[in-house]
Design a protein around this ligand. Structure first.
Ligand code: ATP
Length: 583
């Protein structure tokens, strides 16, 4: 602790002592540097005092003492300046802070009269000087504590400003007392403006009343802050600050809804980032589908993905989202056919507290709001009830959403990717699907061909699936035998890639060799009418024909393949169409 920090106070105390005692006063620090002085030593602060002087001895011994007869005292005898010393008498008293010597106060007599003052009152003088030393000590402690508090406050400010949540301190009437930088950014407000606000302006009057009732304790409470063009939606928690059983403030911790939901969404939808490279298949038709999807990921227009069950509609939707500029925001998938009508409405749009009997306390945030800034994947949109179709159309057109039982419209920014395995146009013509919604979502249509129409992809997928299954099931299966290839080629794959996935997983489980053969396949494939390996090993003619055409086409160009097969080119093309073979 440095006595220099309180030099002005030390000077004042020295002057007070000097005027009471009528002698000169000097105070040095623990480096023997004069901090303050009166009389002859006034204006001589900063000078270094000899270590052999009485001050030096007091520092070393940590003891108070009086020199009644300067020159004769044992301290003076050791001092090299004793011959030139002008002092008549002296009193030295160390200044201690927690047993640590921080300096020395000295009273000095420069004539006989002053000396008598010291000698005559030495008892009470020592006591008085000790008290003065204590006064200096407490001033220094106070100053040090103050500096520590200031340092702590600075550190706290740095910590608070590094938090990305908005933190505001208010008193029990809601007046804002303090805030961090994130709160200014969150509410887009200036430092000056925030201090003129009441917390009610942010969370609303009703919420503030409810908070008061609840003893200022709340967790994950929703708020909407709307000011000029500024709209912030989020949740907040509170913490009360109580000192000596007295509440002296309430801390509000605000999070933006999109930040919270980003986290929730990571868990809820398992943010498995999907890229186009994860979509396996290099047949011509499938590559074209992927190209269209890649293009779609670069825009924000609505997309409708059509394809049979298990063709990878959700996979495509994910890849579009994670390759779009919305990738940082949530991707939320909802299956419109899996949920009863009323539940679907509250799932999508959310509701306010008390909106209907059974509504949850605090209301519910719908999936549309959860996905704000991101993408909503509406699977099986063809099964969406008509009245919800109307509500969805409003969301898409007006970019506003109204919760069930809500009084206000909330701005929203979502991209909708819809999917269906039904013929939506037919549904429109039968008035089962709104034509206006159909045209609104049908901006970029993507059609995923079924697996039976892109048989080339089966083998690319098999290779990919074997690698994954081996890893997962700790096997080392490298291929499928020719018989299995034929079965795969001739099977219809009504469940598409999902069914192929399950088939490979089943086979890998059943197989203890390196090659999958037909006994490792599930019964449904072996029993299928399109399967060429029957009990008597007889292959239906059509299957044989198709198989041979595919074989020829994988080696030759169509004109050469026709020659090898012994048929005309026109016949070959007719059969390619008939068997839906891809070239
Ligand atoms: N081209 C592909 N490459 C790799 N995996 C695929 C591919 N297509 C589909 N899958 C996988 O098949 C399974 C089904 O895919 P997905 O759920 O996307 O299909 P879907 O068309 O949305 O199905 P449904 O209509 O039944 O909802 C998933 O495990 C998916 O990863």
């Amino acid at each position: 602790m440095k006595l220099m920090k309180i030099a002005p106070d030390v000077l004042k105390i020295s002057q007070a002592i000097a005027s009471v005692m009528g002698v000169d006063v000097t105070v040095v620090d623990n480096n023997l540097v004069r901090i303050a002085g009166t009389g002859r030593y006034y204006n001589r602060s900063g000078e270094k005092v000899s270590s052999q002087s009485a001050f030096g001895v007091a520092l070393k011994t940590k003891e108070s003492f009086i020199i009644e007869e300067a020159g004769k005292h044992k301290v003076c005898k050791q001092c090299e300046s004793v011959k030139d010393c002008e002092e008549y008498a002296e009193v030295c008293c160390p200044v201690k802070v927690n047993e640590h010597i921080v300096g020395v106060i000295g009273l000095i007599a420069f004539d006989e009269q002053q000396k008598q003052k010291i000698v005559n009152k030495k008892g009470s003088l020592m006591n008085f000087l000790n008290k003065m030393a204590e006064l200096i000590s407490s001033k220094l402690t106070e100053q040090t504590n103050l500096e520590e508090i200031e340092l702590l406050a600075q550190k706290l400010e740095i910590v608070l400003n590094s938090v990305d949540k908005g933190i505001i301190l208010a008193d029990h009437t809601g007046n804002i007392l303090s805030y961090n930088k994130s709160s200014l950014q969150l509410f887009n407000i200036s430092q000056h403006e925030i201090l003129t606000k009441n917390i009610e302006d942010i969370i609303g009057h009703d919420a503030f009343l409810a908070l008061k009732k609840n003893n200022f304790k709340v967790k994950n409470k929703e708020f909407i802050y709307q000011h000029c063009n500024n709209f912030v939606r989020g949740i907040f928690d509170t913490n009360t600050i109580t000192v000596d059983k007295k509440r002296c403030g309430v801390v509000f911790i605000f999070s933006k809804l999109s930040d919270v939901l980003g986290v929730v969404n990571d868990v809820a939808t398992g943010t498995i980032v999907t890229n186009f490279e994860d979509i396996i298949g290099d047949s011509y038709a499938f590559t074209k589908t992927k190209d269209t999807a890649k293009q779609a990921s670069q825009s924000s227009s609505s997309v409708i993905i059509q394809g049979e069950s298990g063709t990878g509609k959700e996979l495509f939707a994910r890849a579009i989202h994670f390759n779009s500029e919305r990738k940082g925001a949530p991707f939320i998938a909802i299956n419109c056919s899996a949920i009863p009508e009323q539940l679907l409405e509250s799932e999508l749009f959310g509701y306010e507290e008390g909106a209907f009997t059974g509504a949850m306390k605090g209301g519910k945030t719908g999936k549309f709001l959860l996905a704000n800034g991101g993408t909503v994947f509406l699977d099986e949109i063809g099964d969406m009830p008509l009245h919800l179709q109307a509500k969805l159309l409003r969301v898409l057109q007006e970019k506003m959403i109204e919760k069930i039982g809500g009084k206000s419209l909330i701005p929203i920014d979502i991209r909708v990717i819809a999917a269906t395995n039904k013929d939506l146009e037919r549904k429109v013509s039968q008035n089962e699907f709104r034509d206006d919604l159909f045209y609104r979502i049908n901006v970029i249509p993507i059609f995923i061909p079924p697996l039976r129409e892109r048989k080339k992809d089966i083998f690319t997928l098999v290779r990919h699936l074997l690698i994954n299954c081996n890893l997962r099931l700790q096997k080392n299966i490298t291929q499928i035998d020719d018989n299995v290839s034929e079965i795969f080629m001739n099977y219809n794959w009504p469940g598409n890639v999902r069914e192929l996935e399950n088939t490979i997983e089943y086979a890998v489980n059943m197989c203890n060799e390196h090659i999958i053969s037909h006994e490792h396949l599930p019964a449904r494939l072996l029993n299928s009418s399109t399967n060429i390996t029957n009990n008597k090993d007889i292959t239906p003619i059509k299957s044989l024909e198709k198989q041979e055409i595919i074989k020829a086409l994988t080696t030759y160009k169509p004109s050469q393949a026709a020659k090898v097969l012994g048929i005309g080119r026109a016949t070959l093309y007719r059969k390619i169409k008939e068997y839906k073979i891809e070239i």
